[in-house]
Design a protein around this ligand. Structure first.
Ligand SMILES: N[C@@H](CCC[C@H](N)C(=O)O)C(=O)O
Length: 269
């Protein structure tokens, strides 16, 4: 017997996920469904699956599954999209929304114009710097990177020219480098100005994506740690920019950007 489920396809800076309201449509096997629905030719096509649920500690909860079915602790772009989803679907009328994630409660500040959420700022919490500067070898090359957590793991590598990086080749090797038993997200970054950088990402579990919110935050933090950028930086990714501010006073990272609804539909599973 098949089961019809409503879904919404959304993206944040081109990082696209399938959003399902799991309060209305509880799912038994989201890992399997993430793989099936993310497939470009035989599914809907996406970077993964996001479930919007209820929470005892916050207004809503988020679970995020990469395209390979692995569950992640946090997703920056999805958190902004959830802000748009819950407000525009009438699930809340609050403009400050709390979201429970596997890496803690995040606070979403919505900018609303005529009932539409145009921008969301997310309090992403405090980064954990694991290695400010480390050398690692992959594919016969030595890279210098910063290892840090934004609730999920990141390796940020500053390069002189981002166009010299063969991301499809080196991305999976760094993702699965022996230094990272749980794998990692990988960001290559070229500094354009002291408050503007170009970043490309290889995401753990999804490969190259157009943007990564936690990756943009990790990039901005690494830029400060490495003395390359100011505390407020525009991070330009393949799918567009995000503004990241690592607050000197409270140590928290704030991510600001848009969220877009692409289409809605029904699937039979
Ligand atoms: N695209 C996301 C991050 C998604 C999870 C990541 N691939 C992981 O496994 O940690 C973002 O916008 O932050």
């Amino acid at each position: 017997m098949t089961n019809p489920i409503r879904f919404t396809k959304m993206h944040g800076a081109g990082n696209d996920y399938i959003y399902i309201n799991s309060m209305a449509y509880p799912l038994e096997n989201p890992e399997e469904l993430a793989i099936k629905l993310s497939a470009l030719h035989t599914g809907i096509g996406s970077d993964g699956l996001v479930l919007i649920g209820s929470s005892e500690k916050a207004d809503f909860s988020m679970r995020i599954f990469n395209a390979d079915g692995s569950e992640a602790m946090m997703c920056g772009n999805a958190s902004r999209c959830i802000g748009k989803y819950v407000y525009e679907a009438g699930l809340t009328n609050k403009e400050t929304v709390t979201l429970e994630t596997l890496s803690g409660i995040k606070i979403l500040q919505l900018t609303v114009s005529n009932g539409t959420v145009t921008e969301v700022t997310v309090d992403m919490g405090t980064p954990e710097i694991i290695e400010p500067s480390i050398e690692l070898k992959a594919d016969g090359q030595t890279y210098t990177g910063t290892i840090l957590s934004m609730g999920n793991p990141h390796l940020v590598i500053f390069v002189t020219n981002i166009n010299d990086i063969d991301l499809p080749a080196i991305g999976p090797k760094l993702e699965c480098h022996p230094l990272f038993p749980d794998r990692t997200n990988v960001e290559f970054v070229q500094v354009l100005k002291d408050d503007e950088v170009r970043m490309r990402v290889w995401e753990r579990g999804s490969g190259i994506t157009q943007a990564c919110g936690t990756g943009a935050c990790a990039t901005a933090v690494a830029g400060v740690v490495c003395g390359k950028t100011q505390r407020k930086t525009k991070v330009i990714m393949d799918g567009g920019p995000l503004t990241i501010h690592w607050d000197k006073d409270n140590g928290k990272v704030y991510m600001t950007g848009g969220a877009v609804t692409v289409f809605e539909g029904t699937i039979e599973i």
